[in-house]
Design a protein around this ligand. Structure first.
Ligand SMILES: [Zn+2]
Length: 163
């Protein structure tokens, strides 16, 4: 698995780039901080308000989360899980608006998923990204499945962001 984009470091404050898109890492994987009292299930990226955010790897939509709809929606807000077809899946969360995606849709590398937002358990505009093996129970909407079994998305960055 490779995710498109690059980070200058796996640290809060490091720069993230995807083509011309530039953002800042605001939370890192598996870390506890003042906002995340449980180990963080992915990494967070912040961009200017209203930034459209692209899918970092092609795949198929297997879940569309709706802000506030259930436990998943209360945490990740407007969100989606994309199966990359190689045994891994990614979750993208907190988008501003309900996503124009449906389960079964294919998503291309670089395709805009939604506008960065702050829906769900969020204190400000950002995009949350989790990565895991496809059979991880965490991706069966069991958010207590165990962060220890998730992958650190930043370690999988470096893929070609050209579309
Ligand atoms: Zn997060």
């Amino acid at each position: 698995m490779q995710l498109a984009g690059a980070a200058t470091a796996n640290e809060i404050g490091a720069a993230f780039t995807f083509g011309a898109l530039e953002g800042v890492i605001t939370a890192v994987f598996a870390r506890v901080d003042e906002i995340h009292t449980d180990p963080h299930s992915g990494f967070d990226l912040a961009f200017p308000e209203g930034t459209p955010f692209p899918c970092l790897a092609a795949g198929t939509v297997v879940l569309v989360g709706v802000d506030g709809q259930d436990n998943w929606g209360r945490i990740f807000g407007n969100s989606c899980i994309i199966d990359h077809g190689d045994g891994t899946r990614a979750n993208y969360g907190h988008f501003r608006d309900a996503l124009a995606l449906q389960v079964g849709d294919t998503v291309a590398l670089g395709q805009i998923i939604g506008i960065q937002g702050s829906t769900g358990f969020s204190t400000g505009d950002h995009v949350h990204i989790s990565l895991a093996k496809s059979d991880n129970p965490w991706f069966s909407k069991d958010v207590d499945g165990g962060v220890s079994r998730l992958l650190d998305p930043v370690e999988f960055l470096g893929g070609d962001a050209r579309q």
